[in-house]
Design a protein around this ligand. Structure first.
Ligand SMILES: [Zn+2]
Length: 63
């Protein structure tokens, strides 16, 4: 069962299929980092790594 507080960021058109149903249980070894949600409270973003050579990161934290 997916955690509603967890969001997944996956590379577009990657060579593999990422597992976005768990916390960070994916073959790419995603990084989990905390984020503050709009309505308050904390959530998690799981940043997946592409396996085709790219290192792609979404956002740069709060600015
Ligand atoms: Zn992944």
């Amino acid at each position: 069962m997916a955690d509603p507080n967890t969001m997944h960021v996956t590379p577009i058109n990657d060579l593999i299929e990422h597992d976005t149903s768990g916390d960070s249980d994916c073959v790419c070894g995603p990084r989990t980092r905390p984020v503050e949600k709009n309505g308050g409270g904390m959530g998690w973003v799981v940043v997946h790594n592409s396996l085709d050579g790219r290192e792609r990161y979404e956002g740069g934290g709060p600015s």
